[in-house]
Design a protein around this ligand. Structure first.
Ligand code: HEM
Length: 489
């Protein structure tokens, strides 16, 4: 997942200042920079000359600041330059290279507070993380995950509306509900399906990522019930093809266009027949149809209409009991959970299998096998069996996988409608603020040798480590599917 910048251009007073320093004391470029980038699309000659002027201003200020100024605002100046040169004023473009390692490098260089653009700041301290995720609202970035034009738990920004929706779902995703799901034997069947798929493979290698995607797709049984569950692992081609778009590398390019040129993608999506063929021939499609998640969204809508009430305690059944939600609200909510659970779960499982398969980690694999052999578990254990078993090494392997390979490693943008003080900086209203798991999970003062996969680190029971583990986010907007993943995934 990647994030777009929320283009809120700041005024003179909208400048990040260390507490106690007024906006007037901040060099002009910080305030002026946004003007140069108000337009979008191909840079015109005027905008190009503005660009070079802005870069010069920034360079000048950077060099001045390095000799005379020791205030924390120095890093802020640098980032204006960074944002312009490398991001063309848009700090969330992922088209060229992954953002998370770059942002991590910026933290290493400039400390826990880094200004990424005219109105965007990235934090990496625990106190900032707690404050930001303790009540700030989601930015409009999340609206690209609206489904069928309707908002859902993931995309609702207002705290009040969100808590109303969350109340409807919270219980269904609790540990007790997940463990007591009447059809939880479907998990055992799915695990057996994966093992059969591997055993039946005629080749020496198995394309494990697809197997993990099919598994993650099929366990969404929980959402819709047995009647409407998918059977990708058992070879249902239509169900498998729902994931074709996600296995296509062009989806990154598509994601960029969907974020920055929504209108274009919408227009392309509506073209059919000869026009579509010509556009395709000319290379106008960032990705061949179906676009990312199109298949899944179509399936989710069809399933919504095919759903018939049953005794199973499914998510769709639960949502249908709230009269204030109409058809599309419910379909959107289910489709979002459907989408949320697939790549995240598949990536985690895939990375876990891959890292354990590395020759240098053979001892970990042996230890894990040994622990499972001595745990008393027999056959394919159910989630309930696993949750009762004493398998601490298994738990820390999962935890370490989610630390080093967090499926959502990027910034989780939030915004406040009021001026706020965070880490001694006065952050103006409407500034985008965030932390990213990628950085938090690599803090060397907490995680020794942070780039090394070391499940044993968690066996120490150091509470500080646990406090810094942030794979599912925190606060009111943390992942509702955490228990589902840990118990079913
Ligand atoms: C390993 C698997 C998963 C990871 C690491 C993960 C991680 C996250 C994170 C970090 C967020 C917060 C994102 C943000 O604020 O920007 C989130 C939110 C969310 N996740 Fe997950 N997720 C996983 C699986 C799932 C599954 C399986 C489901 C549903 C079945 C799910 C449903 C949701 C929903 C609905 C939200 C929005 C919650 C809210 O705003 O109240 N996730 N997830």
């Amino acid at each position: 997942m990647f994030f777009q910048g929320h283009r809120k251009f700041c005024s003179n007073s909208d400048v990040v200042t260390p507490a106690g320093i007024s906006a007037q004391q901040i060099p002009a470029v910080l305030v002026a920079a946004p003007r140069y980038f108000k337009g979008r699309g191909r840079p015109t000659s005027t905008r190009l000359s503005s660009l070079s002027r802005c870069i010069n201003d920034s360079l000048l200020l950077s060099s001045l600041s390095s000799s005379t100024d020791t205030s924390p605002i120095r890093s802020v100046r640098y980032l204006v330059l960074f944002s312009i040169v490398f991001r063309n004023g848009d700090s969330h473009s992922t088209i060229s290279s992954p953002i998370e390692p770059e942002r991590f490098t910026l933290h290493k260089r400039y400390g826990p507070v880094v200004r990424l653009g005219p109105a965007e700041i990235l934090f990496s301290s625990l106190s900032a993380q707690r404050q930001i995720y303790g009540g700030f609202e989601r930015t409009s970035f999340y609206r690209m995950f609206d489904v069928y034009g309707r908002q859902n738990l993931f995309t609702i920004s207002s705290t009040k509306d969100h808590s109303r929706r969350k109340k409807m779902l919270h219980h269904a995703y609790s540990k007790t509900a997940i463990l007591n799901f009447a059809s939880s034997d479907c998990i055992v069947q799915r695990v057996d399906d994966v093992l059969n798929l591997i055993e039946k493979s005629t080749k020496r290698e198995v394309e494990i990522y697809s197997a993990m995607l099919f598994y993650s797709l099929d366990i969404t049984h929980f959402l819709y019930g047995a009647e409407l569950a998918t059977h990708a692992l058992r070879g249902n081609k239509a169900h498998q093809s729902m994931l074709d778009d996600q296995r296509d590398p062009a989806r990154r390019k598509m994601a960029w266009f969907s974020t920055h040129m929504k209108w274009y993608v919408r227009w392309l999506a509506n073209q059919t027949g000869a026009v579509e063929r010509v556009l395709d021939f000319l290379g106008f499609y960032p990705q061949r149809k179906p676009f990312v998640y199109t298949g899944i969204r179509e399936y989710a809508l069809k399933v919504y209409y095919d759903y018939k009430p049953s005794a199973e305690a499914t998510i769709i059944g639960r949502l249908k009991s709230f009269p204030e939600l109409d058809d599309l609200d419910i379909a959107s909510e289910c489709a979002d959970h459907f989408l949320a659970g697939i790549n995240t779960t598949a990536d985690t499982l895939f990375f876990m299998l891959w890292i354990l398969s590395r020759p240098e980690n053979k001892s970990m694999q042996d230890r894990l096998i040994d622990e499972l052999h001595h745990s008393g578990l027999r056959g394919t254990p159910s989630p309930k069996d696993l949750s009762r078993a004493n398998i601490p090494y298994f738990d820390v392997v999962v935890q370490e996988t989610l630390r080093l390979y967090a499926p959502l490693p990027a910034s989780e943008p939030r915004v406040s409608s009021k001026h706020t003080q965070i880490n001694n900086y006065l952050v103006p209203a409407h500034t985008i603020i965030s932390c990213q798991p990628y950085t938090l999970h690599r803090n060397p003062s907490i995680f020794t040798n942070p780039e090394t996969f070391l499940p044993e680190r968690w066996l120490s029971d150091d509470p500080e480590l646990k406090r810094r583990w942030w794979a599912f986010s925190s606060g009111g907007r943390m992942c509702i599917g955490e228990q589902y993943c840990l118990l079913w995934g």
